[in-house]
Design a protein around this ligand. Structure first.
Ligand code: PLP
Length: 411
């Protein structure tokens, strides 16, 4: 027999596998609270008004000339310019100097996952062998980094007994730094806001302590920003981690700072795969150009060039002032609905985690339910949560919230 006969079955994806099960569930009351896709109060995935208008503009221009040729390897130059301005000028004024000094290497990527894939490939080829994720984290993080050459996958304490544990986090990093024999600097993945799955984020003061330690231990920060705007409803406010990290009076990142950014959630462009990787290089010049050239080579070998349509839509939103304003409103409305779902749950459930709305950030509620309770919810009530007890809030609406909260109380 060939070697192909000996290939073991890969485990199903922890999140998307459940949707496959949900799709064949016959219960009319079935409720999918697994995947992080925003749904409105009618259970629909609707296009953001700003994005729909940008699509109309784009479609009209397509009527004259449907340009479906390849984008350049590193993406559309207009997209690059507008995203850089949005991220490093509007969201993070600390970045303007970096733009002026041409220190930011940028690639348009296949959404946030693609940014993480290109970043991890680059880092494993040239700089690092070890990566740290929070425990728990988005399950695909380890998968992406392993697929792209990372040998050592470590987890730092993040969550303990329903709370964020910053002391435990810092102790883990210190302990490893004392004991390691690894000559390569380790990377650390930081969720920019709306930590997935716990919804718990450090305060600014806690972030400073953490960043101080990361700098002291010569680690490489990788900021994963998949939920910008979905915390406070304000895209700019939610970019605090990038702003803190780029405080030049406090931090220098000799091996660069990596930002993996996604428009999936905050423009509702999930399937269009629109996002970016930017690498803030320590000095610009040759270093930056060499990084540029290697990122380009990686992309060429990985998927050749990014898809065009979604990035053209995002580019129109970002570069048309009234659509950009409308987009900010759209994001605010999304965050407000998520907050109102939490408030409605709090009226129905006497849960500690719901009492203080400032505790849980973003699209998810980390219920603290164990695996067997999650199984009961699914098997008896056809309510689907991720196995770790993560519940996607926007799957709740006026027509199912009573049913779901009743079931949650029962289990
Ligand atoms: N990072 C985190 C923490 C996420 O939760 C997600 C999506 O769920 C992503 C990155 C990447 O998402 P996408 O590739 O759709 O932009």
């Amino acid at each position: 027999p060939g070697r192909i006969q000996a290939i073991p079955m890969a485990p199903p994806d922890k999140i998307l596998g459940l949707t496959e099960q949900f799709n064949v569930d016959k219960n009319p009351k079935k409720t999918n609270l697994t995947v992080g896709i925003y749904k409105d109060n009618w259970g629909q995935v609707t296009t953001f008004p700003s994005v729909a208008r940008a699509q109309t503009i784009l479609d009209q221009s397509f009527e004259m000339n449907t340009d479906l040729s390849y984008l350049p390897i590193k993406g559309c130059p207009d997209f690059r310019e507008n995203v850089l301005k949005f991220l490093y000028r509007d969201s993070c004024p600390e970045g303007v100097e970096l733009l002026d000094q041409d220190r930011i290497s940028f690639v348009q990527t296949l959404s946030g996952t693609g940014a993480l894939a290109v970043a991890s490939k680059f880092l494993s080829l040239f700089i690092s062998r070890t990566v740290w994720f929070p425990d728990p984290s988005w399950p695909n993080h380890a998968n992406v980094f392993q697929n792209n050459g990372f040998k050592n996958i470590n987890y730092y304490t993040y969550y303990k007994e329903g709370k964020l544990d910053v002391d435990g986090w810092i102790q883990d990093l210190e302990k490893e730094a004392r004991e390691t024999t690894d000559e390569y600097p380790p990377c650390i993945v930081l969720h920019a806001c709306c930590h997935n799955p716990t919804g718990l984020d450090p305060t600014l003061e806690q972030w400073r302590r953490i960043l101080d330690k990361i700098q002291e231990l010569k680690m490489i920060p990788i900021i994963d920003m998949a939920y910008q705007g979905l915390d406070t409803g304000d895209l700019i406010k939610d970019t605090y981690l990038l702003r803190l990290s780029l405080d030049k009076n406090r931090y220098q990142w000799p091996n660069g700072l990596f930002l993996c950014q996604s428009f999936a959630k905050n423009m509702g462009l999930y399937g269009e795969r629109v996002g970016s990787l930017s690498v803030v290089t320590p000095s610009g010049g040759d270093v930056k150009h060499n990084v540029d050239s290697q990122l380009k080579k990686i992309v060429r070998g990985m998927y050749s060039s990014p898809p065009g349509y979604g990035s053209r839509v995002a580019n129109i939103v970002l570069s048309t002032p009234h659509l950009k304003d409308l987009w900010f409103e759209d994001v605010k409305n999304v965050a407000q609905r998520l907050q109102s779902v939490k408030a409605k749950m709090a009226e129905r459930l006497d849960w500690e985690s719901l009492k203080d709305p400032s505790r849980q950030h973003g699209m998810f509620l980390y219920t603290g339910l164990n695996t067997s309770s999650v199984d009961i919810l699914r098997e008896r009530f056809s309510i689907y949560l991720v196995q770790d007890g993560r519940l996607s809030l926007s799957g709740l609406n006026d027509s199912n919230i009573d049913y779901v909260c009743d079931a949650l109380r029962k289990v």
